[in-house]
Design a binder for this molecule. Structure first.
Ligand SMILES: [Zn+2]
Length: 312
C-alpha cells in the first residue's frame, strides 16, 4: 500500500475541520482521506486533533485498519482471492477483475488524451465517447482505458501517456503501464490472473443492431466512434490480440476489421477466417489504409484530417 494513499484532508474552510472525538473542541479535527477512493473519509474518528499539546489525539489509518482488519482493501482483496480459489474448480477459466472503486476514482480525473479529443472534435461527440468507454485518468494525467467485458466486469486497464496538444503518444519509460501491474506493485493484490477482453466489449449489447468495427488501438476506437458512429468500435489492444477467445463476444454480429497498414493487414487477413468460423460471425476486412498512400503502419485514425473536425 502506498504511504501516500491516505492523507490528512487539506484545509478548505471550517467545513473541513470537525469536532475532536477526544477533547470535543469544534473545528479542530482533521480527518484522513483515501486518495484512491474518491477522497472519502476512512472513518469519522480517523484523524488528528490540531491541539497537539492540550489534546494530542491522533488516530492513523494504519491503526484503524489494525483495529478493524475487515475494512482494509488489502484484506478484502485477499479474502476475495481466497474465495475465488476455493470455489473455482477449473483453474484455467479463473481470472481476476479490477474493483469498481478503482475505476470510479479514475473517472474523477482528467487526462491528456481526452483533453486532445476535446480540442479537436465536437464536444458533444467527445462526451458521448468518454461516457461510453469510461475513459479515466491517473494522478499524472495519463489516460486509463478500461477493458470492461460484456458482463460488466473490468478485466484490467491500460495506462498510456499522451501529449495533450498533439494527441501523440509520449515515448519512453513509464509511458505505458497496466492497472493490474500497479496493484501488484502496491501490494493491493498478491497475484493477478489476467484475461483480457475486447476494449469496448461492454457496448456491444447497448448497440445490438450496429455492425462492429475492430481496430488495434484504443485511440483509434475513440476517433472512429466520433467520425463513423454507424459502427460500434472495439480494440484488440495489440496486433496479436486478434484471437478467438478475445473476439468470443462477437458471435452473431456483423464485423468489419480495420487492421493497421502492412503487417497488421497481413497478419489479420491470415487469421480472421478461422476465428470467424470458430466464434461464429460474418466479417469483412478493410484494405482502406493499404497501398502506401498513408505510410507504413497507418491506421484509420491517422488518415483523419483533424482540421476538418475542429469546431473552432
Ligand atoms: Zn482534541
Amino acid at each position: 500500500m502506498s504511504e501516500y494513499r491516505y492523507q490528512l484532508e487539506k484545509y478548505r474552510g471550517r467545513g473541513t475541520r470537525y469536532t475532536c472525538p477526544k477533547c470535543r473542541r469544534k473545528h479542530t479535527f482533521t480527518r484522513y482521506i483515501d486518495t484512491y477512493n474518491n477522497n472519502i473519509y476512512i472513518n469519522d474518528n480517523v484523524g488528528k486533533c490540531n491541539r497537539l499539546d492540550k489534546c494530542g489525539y491522533h488516530y492513523t489509518p494504519h491503526q484503524y485498519f489494525e483495529d478493524n482488519p475487515m475494512k482494509s482493501d488489502v484484506c478484502l482483496f485477499k479474502t476475495i482471492g481466497f474465495l475465488n480459489k476455493q470455489t473455482s474448480k477449473d483453474t484455467s477459466s479463473h481470472f481476476d477483475t479490477i474493483p469498481e472503486w478503482i475505476v470510479e476514482g479514475s473517472l474523477q480525473r482528467g487526462n491528456a488524451h481526452v483533453e486532445w479529443l476535446r480540442g479537436v472534435f465536437n464536444p458533444i461527440d467527445v462526451e458521448r465517447v468518454v461516457g461510453d468507454y469510461q475513459i479515466g485518468g491517473t494522478r499524472e494525467g495519463h489516460a486509463v482505458f478500461w477493458q470492461r467485458d460484456s458482463e460488466g466486469r473490468v478485466r484490467t486497464g491500460k495506462i498510456m501517456a499522451y501529449d495533450p496538444t498533439t494527441g501523440k503518444r509520449l515515448k519512453g519509460g513509464g509511458s505505458v503501464d497496466w492497472v493490474h501491474s500497479t496493484m501488484l506493485r502496491q501490494g493491493l493484490v498478491e497475484e493477478f490472473s489476467l484475461r483480457q477482453c475486447l476494449y469496448g466489449e461492454h457496448l456491444l449489447s447497448r448497440y445490438p443492431d450496429l455492425a462492429v468495427g475492430v481496430v488495434e488501438s484504443y485511440k483509434t476506437v475513440h476517433i472512429a466512434s466520433i467520425i463513423l458512429p454507424q459502427l460500434v468500435w472495439c480494440a484488440t489492444d495489440s496486433l496479436s490480440g486478434l484471437t478467438a477467445e478475445r473476439l468470443s463476444s462477437l458471435r452473431g454480429r456483423r464485423v468489419v476489421l480495420f487492421p493497421d497498414e502492412g503487417r497488421g493487414y497481413e497478419e489479420w487477413s491470415s487469421k480472421i477466417s478461422k476465428i470467424a468460423h470458430d466464434v461464429g460471425f460474418d466479417y469483412r476486412i478493410s484494405s482502406f489504409v493499404e497501398g502506401g498512400m498513408y505510410g507504413g503502419g497507418a491506421d484509420i485514425g491517422d488518415i483523419v484530417n483533424v482540421e476538418e473536425y475542429c469546431p473552432f
